[in-house]
Design a protein. Structure first.
Length: 222
């Protein structure tokens, strides 16, 4: 038994939110999380009164077939994701990946593809939070994770504050991939979905390379 296995067996982890000795997330904190509503657009996961494809997805169908979101991007999930991305609180990633695996409702893809980071951003941050989340999701679902199947070839400016059309223009040609996904159902994994423009651009790239289907799984829907 290595030291990590010993500690995990003999030291009960504290809750990551309230520090109660019932971690990594105690039942009370889990119940208080902003879980995504059961009625939403099945394509983009936008909350709605009924589970029907929303007007935007009918007018401008994205390249991905559907999206499953675990939470709304509200407190404390927004803080959890920010801590993971910007404060290197990596212990949150397997927790979020496990919760995603537990809540998946539709058929699994052939492969998980974490949202790529540009090499310069990866160098500055030191890790890709989507990869860390997808690692646990892959382990729990038995579906392989293939982060090397796509690259972010343009270090695009931040999307925050941009309108939908500007986001789409900003992302044009941002990704590249080979033909390894040809004929497969690819499941993109990301932390937050806002307008879906980034996911759509990656999905377009995958479909152009021969992917049979692309779906999305995200921790939170803004």
């Amino acid at each position: 038994m290595n030291i990590r296995s010993f500690l995990e067996r003999h030291l009960a982890p504290a809750c990551l939110l309230c520090q109660a000795p019932d971690g990594p997330l105690c039942s009370a904190c889990q119940a208080d999380l902003p879980w995504a509503p059961s009625t939403h657009c099945p394509v983009c996961a936008q909350p709605a009164g009924r589970t029907e494809i929303c007007g935007r997805c009918l007018r401008e169908p994205p390249a991905f077939a559907r999206t499953q979101a675990l939470f709304g991007y509200r407190f404390p999930v927004d803080r959890m994701i920010q801590r993971l991305k910007y404060r290197e609180h990596l212990a949150l990633a397997p927790v979020l990946g496990a919760l995603l695996a537990d809540k998946l409702q539709d058929g699994l893809p052939d492969v998980w593809l974490p949202m790529p980071l540009h090499a310069e951003r990866l160098k500055a941050r030191g890790f890709n939070q989507a990869v860390e989340i997808a690692r646990e999701l892959s382990a729990r679902t038995g579906v392989a994770m293939r982060p090397e199947w796509a690259m972010r070839v343009r270090d695009t400016p931040p999307q925050a504050g941009l309108k939908r059309a500007a986001r789409q223009k900003n992302l044009r040609g941002a990704f590249a991939c080979g033909d390894r996904a040809a004929g497969l159902h690819v499941g993109i994994v990301d932390d937050v979905m806002t307008t879906g423009s980034t996911l759509d651009e990656l999905a377009k790239t995958l479909k152009a390379a021969g992917a049979r289907e692309v779906s999305c799984v995200v921790v939170a829907r803004a």
